[in-house]
Design a protein around this ligand. Sequence first.
Ligand code: ACO
Length: 336
Amino acid sequence: MTAMNLRKVKIKGTGNYLPKKVLTNFDLEKMIDTNDQWIYERTGIKARRVSSTEGGEFPTDMAEKATWKALEMAGMEPNDIDMILFATCSPDYQLPNCASVLQQKLGMTNNCTALDIQAACTGFVYGTNMANSFIQTGMAKNVLVVGSEMLSTKVDWTDRTSCILFGDGCGVAIYGAADEGESSEILATTLGADGTGAEFFSQPVGGSAEPINHHHLDENLQFMRMKGREMFKVATRTLAESAKKVLTDAGLTMDELDWVVPHQANVRIIETTAKLLGMSLDKWIINIENYGNTSAATVPIAFHEAIMDGRIKRGQTVLFDSFGAGLTYGATLLRY
Ligand code: ACO
């Protein structure tokens, strides 16, 4: 297929869902040796949400609730979706995948393609860029991309260096072909990974290489482990490089960019990246204060919030920019 007959891809609808339970820094003070001031100054986080373990707020539950909002915005029915790409590193089950569970929860009867993406925090951007390719080439019509995480089950709540950072939540977007003459479209995409940094952020126990056993449980080894300083350096470098690449590929300047929706891992990472790019922070959508790092969900949660409160408007240029364990990274530049 030549570039001549590639379809333009736009966002048709978005949605999000945040668990009801709020866990503040002051709550954490009662659980571990930390304090609100340390957490806020180092990370910009004040609170995070935690899913109910009783059910109703597992990753596919949150995705279902967020998807109904997106479908309403798009004026679509569940069966209008012909592909689900579900980005998560905290799935409901090992098997089946979340995308298939979500398909069933939405009452879909079209047996659409249903695939999970494990690219950690970059998962939603991976899904977006893959959706773009499938729709551009005519292999899919409407793709639901989900970022949904319940990291509260992956966090070692006794490890003060990491548990303060993470939260639960979900954001989604529905992508489809733009109509003739519409200005909304995905302008440029980039994805990458550098496996040499795999050890900086990992959960080595519980997979095939190291099935979980009593020793792991006794020693609290079953949770996520992070080298925060190393992650910080890689994050700022890759976020800045991905941003520059998509802007160059689309032939846009930094000044022509209206909004950046970055992965919300640490507000210091966002500030440092903005500085590296020579941008002021007023174009950056930042909500980490309320939700912490919800991995694959941060970008779509923040994006939907900014649409709903009127900051991001149709016709404006928006950059999704993310990085995560792997180390994965990627960006999407679009005209909303
Ligand atoms: N409360 C109080 N003190 C603490 C806490 C805490 N919660 N955590 C660590 N400290 C202490 C440390 O023990 C250390 O004390 P010491 O100097 O006596 O040894 C001191 O504070 C400084 O610790 P550092 O780890 O050096 O703190 P740093 O400034 O690097 O901040 C942080 C740590 C916030 C984790 C930072 O490195 C960071 O945000 N890194 C990036 C994390 C990231 O991007 N994660 C995303 C991974 S990918 C994904 O998104 C899924």
